[in-house]
Design a binder for this molecule. Structure first.
Ligand code: NAD
Ligand code: WQD
Length: 350
């Protein structure tokens, strides 16, 4: 089966996607500079699939290193491009880091594609491009709103770069996937999310609070115009999300695309509030998540959830996992991390 380049393949969504790609027989080459992931993720992927993917420690902003990588692995047929910096708050403080990393990485890959005869490209975009949509659920035709952070802006600009590049040269075939809020971990607990430092995202904060690593969760705002006053998001299981990439890549390889660039929302179609998540997490896992209300977080969207009809009908992809099982997987993963930390500490003492 085809050889696929996965940039950012040791990261959270990338690692789950590598597993799903290998499960159906794709050969995977991972490129990652390990700026936000750990090389040990390869062990987890190997444990689940029995296959250790090829790995190259390369920074995607390094054009020459990428060029050499394509020479080393001839016959790559498609790229799934996850590699990017993704922390919204950090992007406000270090905008140039975000513009350089996210834009240069994309431009390098797009420039190298025709040179190495790689036609197919899958891009990780985000529901952040919609801002606060005027209508819910939000479809792919909703207008793009001014970005609320440099990170969000990089996703909008990257989408435009892909559109313009494809317009200039019909060689390119791309699928842009707009993720809603990915959560959870592989059911084996061999891979999952590895947040760096204090988590910004809700789920890692919830699991770390339940594990006692954080004192309490601050629920940002309880005076929104929503049933319980807290913000609403569309939380999508990371394995479901990973499977959509396999379908997208196969669609490109089969040349089934109706347009040179296709865009799909990847969400469940259901909106859940922060309190829904906290309460369901406590119920299904039998643990407490101490929490209190805090002021609204700057830049937060009040409510957003996907209309995933296009992905459901055109890709034939649908989110399968329940939020209950997804929240269980997130907790199992946090417990696994706690065990690994204990083992490391014990080894250090010996
Ligand atoms: P992640 O940080 O876990 O994974 C990204 C990986 O890319 C990391 O392993 C990191 O080391 C690597 N990387 C970063 N810059 C690189 C570079 N210049 N060269 C090589 N490797 C580099 O993030 P994730 O949550 O798995 O996100 C994957 C993609 O999905 C990103 O593009 C992100 O913007 C996008 N996305 C994520 C979410 C989310 O909530 N997690 C939502 C929407 C979109
Ligand atoms: C979810 C909800 C918070 C933490 C961000 C990016 C977006 C996308 C996903 C990549 C919100 C609330 C959170 C906490 C809380 N990434 N919350 N206490 O804001 O939807 O999106 O990550 O593209 O671009 O903006 O996700 O997980 O940060 O927050 O109350 O400690 O949880 O206010 O309502 P968000 P999140």
């Amino acid at each position: 089966m085809a050889k696929i380049l996965v940039t950012g393949g040791t990261g959270y969504i990338g690692s789950h996607t590598v597993v799903e790609l290998q499960k159906v027989g794709f050969e995977v080459v991972i490129v990652d500079n390990l700026s936000n992931s750990n090389i040990e993720v390869l062990n987890g992927i190997e444990k689940i699939t029995g296959i250790r993917p090829a790995f190259e420690n390369i920074d995607c902003t390094d054009y020459m290193a990428l060029d050499r990588m394509f020479e080393k692995y001839p016959g790559i047929e498609a790229i799934i491009h996850f590699a990017a910096s993704k922390a919204v708050g950090e992007s406000v403080e270090k905008p140039l880091l975000y513009y350089r990393n996210n834009l240069t990485s994309l431009i390098n890959l797009l420039q190298l594609m025709p040179i190495h005869k790689v036609k197919h490209f899958v891009f990780s975009s985000s529901c952040t491009v919609y801002g606060q949509p005027d209508e819910l659920p939000v479809t792919e035709n909703a207008p793009i709103k001014p970005a609320l952070s440099p990170y969000g802006n990089t996703k909008q600009i990257c989408e435009e770069i892909i559109q313009d590049t494809s317009h200039s040269n019909p060689f390119y075939r791309a699928i842009i996937l707009r993720y809603f809020n990915p959560i959870g971990a592989h059911p084996s607990a061999e891979i999952g999310e590895l947040p760096n430092g204090v988590p910004n995202n809700l789920l890692p904060y919830v699991t770390q609070t339940a594990a006692g690593l954080r004192k309490e969760l601050k629920v940002f705002g309880n005076d929104y115009n929503t049933p319980d006053g807290t913000c609403i998001r569309d939380y999508i299981n990371v394995v479901d999300l990973a499977k959509a990439h396999v379908i997208a890549v196969q669609r490109l390889l089969d040349e089934k695309g109706e347009k040179a660039v296709e865009i799909f929302n990847l969400g469940t179609g259901t909106g859940l509030s922060v309190l829904d998540i906290v309460n369901t997490f406590e119920r299904v896992n039998g643990v407490k998540v101490p929490h209190s209300f805090a002021p609204r977080r700057e830049g937060d969207i009040e409510k957003v959830w996907a209309d995933p009809t296009r992905a459901n009908t055109v890709l034939g992809w649908k989110a399968q996992e329940t939020v209950e099982d997804t929240l269980k997987s997130a907790w199992t993963w946090e417990c696994r991390l706690a065990k690994l930390r204990e083992e490391k500490a014990a080894n250090a003492e010996e």
